[in-house]
Ligand binder design. Sequence first.
Ligand SMILES: C[S@@+](CC[C@H](N)C(=O)[O-])C[C@H]1O[C@@H](n2cnc3c(N)ncnc32)[C@H](O)[C@@H]1O
Length: 206
Amino acid sequence: VSLYRDRVSPVLIDLGCSSRLLVRWRRRTVAGLSGVVLEIGQGSARNLPLLPAEVTRVLAVEPSGAMWSRGARRREAATMGVERVGREGERLDLTAASVDAALITFTLCSVADAAAVLGEVARVLRPGGRLHLLEHGLAPDARTARWQRRLDPLEQRLAGGCSLVRDPLAELASARFDVLEVEQAYAGGPRSWTYLTRAVATPRAT
Ligand SMILES: C[S@@+](CC[C@H](N)C(=O)[O-])C[C@H]1O[C@@H](n2cnc3c(N)ncnc32)[C@H](O)[C@@H]1O
């Protein structure tokens, strides 16, 4: 199991994230980011080359050594400083209100506790700071959703806990984020994996 988890699964996950169809979605997701950006689940750092010039530093959280290694070249080529500040988004060793913005792409689908991750993001974002999110998730049409429910147990086993049936907007709402911008569509490719949600959201002022 650990050979699969440590060697095979990172390659498959990274392959899934490398699709050219996703680059345009990634570009729209990172648009508007600036200053110090927290990235949860940086993986192989596929967003780094796309970040706007206004981003001055990236604080990366990534549990998998194998995924982190696969991003080495992109991190070396990055124009801003990139620092790994933690392993799990559920527990961030960062002070409250210490980052300008947060970025999560294709990671809320895999984390053990999405509510805890979003709670931590809300805590460390400065007032008015925004989370830029891109996820696949539960499809709106019944036929695809049925397939997603059938495939989900296998997907979770083979792809590092990735679930096909999560609803990113519902997760944002229950973590008390206000959604400022949203785009949802099939990106092309197999429908169970490609119903995408791009959102910009900010923690609700209490
Ligand atoms: C499908 S990959 C996406 C990687 C990258 N964000 C991208 O868009 O290419 C999901 C990543 O989330 C990471 N991950 C899993 N659980 C996590 C957690 N609890 N906190 C932070 N990252 C996590 C995985 O190790 C993996 O690198």
